[in-house]
Design a protein. Structure first.
Length: 861
RNA sequence: GGGCGCAUAGCUCAGUUGGUUAGAGCGUCACAUUGACAUUGUGAAGGUCGGAGGUUCGAAUCCUCCUGCGCCCACCA
C-alpha cells in the first residue's frame, strides 16, 4: 500500500459516522446474527437515560465502559447482547414539560387537561429520545437497536400491571393512610430518596402551650404546633417523670384547642433544648412513629395545597405555612409564652426535582411492603432479606467491593416504599373503584361505573423491572431464557439506591433470580478542578463537542483510562486532546506498517494470525523479532486477564505502553534497517487492532478494513501464541540500555564538547546487534573501534557501557544477597516466620547469588 | 449522630492476597529532527508514599491513634 494513499493525520470526523452506519447495516449488534457457534451468553441492559434532554459526560462514560465490555465479549465469541432504552422519568419529565408550558404559554398542566398534557409530554419525550439515540451512536455504542425499549411503552406497561397485580394479590402492595412526603410544588408524593436537604437558617422558639402548662418545648415550626397531640420526654428524664401519662385537655392555643398527653419515648434526646418534644403526628415522620407507638391521635393541620386547614383553627386557617409560622409566633409572644428565640441552622427537606419544601402529610397512598414476611422456597423471607441475600451469597457482586457494605446498610434500613404519585405521566395504577368495590387487574374490569385510580406509579417501579421486561417478561421468551440474569449492570454509584436497590428488590421477588451477576459502579466525571459539572458553574464539557473536536475514540479513552470503579475522575479538554494524539499515533503506526510491507492484506491468513508468525518468521528471527513477539504474547495474556476482571483502565494503560513504547519507539525503528519483517509487523499490527478495538472501535475498524476487507468487530479475540521468550526480553533490555547510555553520552558531549568518549561494548549478544545500536543511537557518523567489541569513539572519556552496567548490577546484587543472608539467619534463629516465608526468601537469595556469579564470571573473562 | 472512603512526583492518578531499586500520563527543563507521526523522538530533574506508634525477617500495602479532606445515610424537634 502506498504511503500517499493514507492521510498523514487521522481525522475522526471523516470516518466515524460511515463506520457506525456500516456496523448497523451489518446487523451484527444483534446477537442472533453473530457468526459461529456461541454457547456462552453475555448481556447488559443499558441504564436507560431519562428522556429529559441530552446526554452528558456521565452518559458518555457509561456508554464507553459498557461498549468496551460488550465488544470484548463479542470478540471472545460470546452471544452478546446490549439492550438500549430510555426512561420516562415521570417526575423529571413532567416537571420539565410543565416548566416549558408555563414559560411559553403561561399555563399549568391543569389548564390544558390530562389528555392534552400527556400528548405534549409524549412529543417532548420523543424528541428527546431521538437526540439520545443519535448521541449513543456518536459514541460508537454497539447497541442492538432492534430490541430497543421504553420504560413506558405498551409492553412495559403490560409487565408493570402484571407485576402490580401479583404483588397486590400476594399482599406485598397495599393501600394505606400514612404520613408521606408531600411536594406542594410538584403536587405529588415523593419517596425518601427523592428528598434533598438544604441548609437554611431558622428560628428555634422555646415556649409553653399555656402559662400553666408544666413543660416547655422547642420548635422551628410553631405553625405545626396547632396539630400537636402529645409531648414526648425521655423515659429516664426525672424532670418530667411526674407528668408522664397525664393528659392536659382543652388547652386554648392559637385560635384552636389542643389536648396534650405526656408520653415517655426513648427516641427523645433529653439533652436537646428542654428535653421535651412537642409531637405533631400528622406532620413529621418521626412524630408519626412516636404517635403509633403510643396510640396518639393524629390531627392534620396542613393541606395538600400547602395551606393551613380548617382544623388548624380560626387564627391560621387558609394561611400558607410560612404566614402561619409568623402568626403563631406573634401569638405566642403576645401571650408571653415564649421563653427563648435563637437562630439555628436547619436541614430543610426539599423535593429533588421541583425544589419545593417537602411537607409530611397523612394521605391515602399505595405502598410496597418491603419488610413483610412471606414464604419462599420453604423459607420465611422479606423482599429486603431476599435482596440482601443475593449479595451476601455472592450471586451478585458489586465493584468496588466497599459498595457492598453500603448496599447492606440500605437493605437493612429500607422502609415501605411509597409507589404512587399524583402525576399524570407514568404507569397508571391498575386499580379501579366502583362504590365500595376495588378491582386490581391487568386490564380494566368489565361493566359500567368503574373509575380508575388517578395516580401513577413511581418511575423506579418500572425501572426496577428493566432487566427482564426488556427481555420479554411476563412472556417466557427465548431472550429471557438466554440472557437473564444479565451479566453486568454498569451504572453510576449515585443511583445505587435509586435504581440498583429497586431492581434487586423486584427481580429477586418476581423472578426468584438476581437481575445481574455483577454491579460495576463508575464515578462522577468532574471538571479539571474536581468540581461537579453544572450549568451554574458553566463548566460543562459536552461529549458531542469532544467527539466533534477529537473523535469518539479519543473521548472514550479519556473517560476510561485513569479512572477506577467507584471513584470520581477529572476531565479536561487537554486530556481528550492527549488521547487524540494517541489515536493519531496508532494511525501513523499503521500507516508506516501498511506502506512498508508488500501484501498487507494477505500476509497473515485470517483466523491464523498467531501461528503464521512463527511459520513465516521461522529461524530468521532476530533478537528484536523474538523480543517483540514475546512482548506481544505477554500483552495479549495480560490485557485479556485484565478485561476479564473488568480492569479497563489498567488494560488500556498496558496496551498504550506496549503500542507506543515497545512497538513504535523500538521495534518500528529497528524495522527501518532490519528487513524481512513483514509477517511480524503485520502480526503485531493485526493483534493490536483487535486488542484496541473495544477501546477505540472507529479508528481500528477503519485501519482494519483498509487492508483486510472484513469486519473487525466480529473478529476473534487474539490468543497467546506461545512466543514467550524471557531470554530474548532480557537480552533486548540490555540492547536498550546500551543505546540509551550512548544517547546520554552524546548529550553529555554536547554539554561538554571538549571531552572525547570511547564506548566499548563487549557483551556478545549485544555485539550481534551492532547495526541496530548504531542506527538507534544515530552513530553512523562515528567511527567504530575494532576490539574488544564495538568501540565507539565519541570523545576522550573512556566508558565501557556493558562493563559499567554489569558492575553496577553486581554491587546491587551483592548488597541484596548480604542483607538477605543476615535476615535469613535471624529468621532461622527465631524460627517464628512460617517455613514458606523462609523458603521464599532463600529462593530469591539463591537466584540473586546465581545471577551475581554469572556477572562475576562475565566480568573476569 | 451512623456509615464508607481518600491523603503516593508540581498536577491527575496506578500500585489486587506484604517481597529485590515505588510507577504512568500531563506539566517543567535540556537535547534532537530530510526517514510513519511536530498530534514527533531521547533524556533529566522531581517522592522521608499525610504524621506517630505497632505487627513482621521485611510495610506505600496489615493494625491502632492523630491530622486534614471528601461522599452517603439519618434529620436536632
Amino acid at each position: 500500500m502506498a504511503k500517499q494513499d493514507i492521510p498523514k493525520a487521522y481525522d475522526a470526523t471523516n470516518y466515524e459516522d460511515g463506520i457506525y452506519a456500516a456496523w448497523e447495516a451489518s446487523g451484527l449488534f444483534n446477537p442472533d446474527n453473530l457468526p459461529g457457534d456461541r454457547p456462552e451468553a453475555f448481556s447488559i441492559v443499558l441504564p436507560p437515560p431519562n428522556v429529559t434532554g441530552t446526554l452528558h459526560m456521565g452518559h458518555a462514560v457509561m456508554l464507553a465502559i459498557e461498549d468496551i465490555m460488550v465488544r470484548f465479549a463479542r470478540m471472545r465469541g460470546k452471544k452478546t447482547l446490549w439492550i438500549p432504552g430510555t426512561d420516562h422519568a415521570a417526575i423529571a419529565t413532567s416537571t420539565k414539560v410543565e416548566n416549558i408550558l408555563f414559560k411559553t404559554e403561561g399555563k399549568t398542566r391543569h389548564d390544558v387537561g390530562r389528555e392534552e398534557f400527556l400528548r405534549r409530554v409524549e412529543a417532548f419525550a420523543q424528541d428527546s429520545h431521538d437526540t439520545i439515540v443519535n448521541q449513543c451512536k456518536k459514541m460508537g455504542a454497539s447497541l442492538d437497536w432492534s430490541r430497543e425499549a421504553y420504560t413506558l411503552d405498551a409492553k412495559r406497561n403490560h409487565a408493570v400491571n402484571v407485576a402490580f397485580k401479583k404483588m397486590y394479590d400476594d399482599g406485598l402492595i397495599y393501600r394505606g393512610h400514612r404520613v408521606i412526603n408531600w411536594d406542594p410544588v410538584g403536587q405529588t408524593t415523593i419517596s425518601d430518596i427523592e428528598i434533598v436537604y438544604k441548609e437554611v437558617e431558622a428560628t428555634l422558639y422555646t415556649f409553653r402551650y399555656a402559662k400553666d402548662f408544666p413543660i416547655a418545648i422547642s420548635t422551628t415550626r410553631p405553625e405545626t404546633k396547632v396539630g400537636d397531640t402529645a409531648v414526648a420526654v425521655h423515659p429516664d428524664d426525672e424532670r418530667y417523670a411526674a407528668f408522664v401519662g397525664k393528659t392536659f385537655e382543652n388547652i386554648p392555643f392559637a385560635g384552636t384547642t389542643i389536648s396534650i398527653t405526656v408520653v415517655a419515648d426513648k427516641e427523645v434526646d433529653p439533652t436537646f433544648g428542654t428535653g421535651a418534644l412537642g409531637v405533631t403526628p400528622a406532620h413529621s415522620l418521626i412524630d408519626a412513629d412516636i404517635a403509633a407507638r403510643h396510640g396518639l391521635a393524629m390531627k392534620q393541620v396542613i393541606g395538600a395545597d400547602g395551606r393551613m386547614t380548617v382544623d388548624a383553627g380560626t387564627l391560621v386557617a387558609g394561611q400558607t405555612t410560612k404566614e402561619a409560622r409568623d402568626t403563631v409566633a406573634a401569638w405566642l409572644r403576645a401571650q408571653g409564652l415564649v421563653e427563648g428565640e435563637e437562630k439555628t441552622m436547619q436541614n430543610l427537606a426539599t423535593a429533588e426535582r421541583s425544589g419545593g419544601t417537602v411537607e409530611p402529610i397523612p394521605m391515602l397512598q399505595w405502598f410496597m411492603a418491603v419488610r413483610k414476611e412471606f414464604e419462599r422456597n420453604g423459607k420465611t423471607v422479606t423482599m429486603c432479606s431476599m435482596m440482601r441475600d443475593a449479595v451476601e451469597s455472592g450471586k451478585t457482586k458489586i465493584v468496588p467491593e466497599r459498595s457492598e457494605k453500603t448496599f447492606f446498610q440500605w437493605a437493612d434500613n429500607l422502609r415501605d416504599w411509597n409507589i404512587s404519585r399524583q402525576l399524570w405521566y407514568g404507569h397508571r395504577v391498575p386499580v379501579w373503584y366502583r362504590n365500595d368495590e376495588t378491582f386490581v387487574g391487568i386490564e380494566a374490569p368489565e361493566g359500567d361505573g368503574w373509575t380508575q385510580d388517578p395516580d401513577t406509579l413511581d418511575t423506579w417501579f418500572s425501572a426496577g423491572m428493566w432487566t427482564f421486561t426488556t427481555l420479554g417478561w411476563p412472556d417466557k421468551t427465548a431472550d429471557l431464557a438466554t440472557f437473564h440474569p444479565t451479566s453486568i449492570l454498569e451504572t453510576g454509584y449515585d443511583i445505587l439506591f435509586f435504581w440498583v436497590v429497586r431492581m434487586m428488590l423486584m427481580t429477586t421477588y418476581l423472578m426468584d433470580e438476581v437481575p445481574f451477576k455483577l454491579v460495576y459502579l463508575h464515578g462522577l466525571v468532574r471538571d479539571e478542578q474536581g468540581r461537579k459539572m453544572s450549568k451554574s458553574l458553566d463548566n460543562i464539557i459536552n461529549p458531542l463537542d469532544m467527539i466533534a473536536k477529537f473523535g469518539a475514540d479519543a473521548t472514550r479513552l479519556s473517560l476510561v483510562i485513569g479512572s477506577t470503579p467507584g471513584n470520581d475522575s477529572k476531565l479536561s479538554e487537554e486530556k481528550v486532546a492527549g488521547y487524540r494524539n494517541f489515536t493519531n499515533k496508532l494511525w501513523n503506526i499503521s500507516r508506516f506498517v501498511l506502506s512498508s510491507v508488500e501484501f498487507p492484506g494477505t500476509l497473515v491468513p485470517s483466523g491464523a494470525v498467531d501461528a503464521s508468525a512463527t511459520k513465516v518468521a521461522g529461524n530468521q528471527q532476530s533478537l528484536a523479532d523474538r523480543w517483540i513477539l514475546s512482548r506481544l504474547d505477554t500483552v495479549v495474556a495480560s490485557v485479556t486477564k485484565k478485561l476479564d476482571a473488568n480492569e479497563l483502565s489498567a488494560a488500556g494503560e498496558e496496551l498504550r505502553d506496549f503500542t507506543w513504547n515497545d512497538f513504535a519507539d523500538w521495534y518500528l525503528e529497528i524495522a527501518k534497517i532490519e528487513k524481512g519483517k513483514d509477517a511480524i509487523l503485520m502480526t503485531v499490527l493485526e493483534t493490536l487492532m483487535k486488542l484496541w478495538h473495544p477501546f477505540m472501535p472507529f479508528v481500528t475498524e477503519q485501519i482494519w478494513s483498509s487492508f483486510k476487507g472484513t469486519t473487525l468487530m466480529v473478529e476473534a479475540w487474539p490468543t497467546v501464541a506461545g512466543h514467550r521468550d524471557e531470554a530474548a526480553e532480557r537480552e533486548f533490555s540490555v540492547v536498550q540500555e546500551v543505546v540509551t547510555t550512548i544517547r546520554n553520552i552524546r548529550a553529555m558531549q554536547r554539554v561538554e564538547p571538549a571531552k572525547k568518549v570511547v564506548v566499548t561494548v563487549d557483551n556478545a549478544s549485544v555485539l550481534a546487534h551492532a547495526d541496530v545500536i548504531k542506527w538507534l543511537a544515530r552513530l553512523e557518523d562515528i567511527s567504530l573501534g575494532d576490539k574488544p567489541g564495538i568501540q565507539l569513539v565519541l570523545g576522550d572519556m573512556d566508558m565501557v557501557v556493558e562493563r559499567a552496567r554489569l558492575e553496577k548490577e553486581r554491587d546491587d546484587l551483592a548488597a541484596y544477597v548480604a542483607s538477605t543472608d543476615a535476615k535469613l539467619a535471624n529468621v532461622e534463629f527465631t524460627s517464628k516466620a512460617p517455613e514458606k516465608v523462609v523458603a521464599g526468601m532463600r529462593a530469591k537469595r539463591d537466584e540473586a547469588k546465581a545471577k551475581l556469579d554469572a556477572i562475576i564470571a562475565q566480568l573476569s573473562s
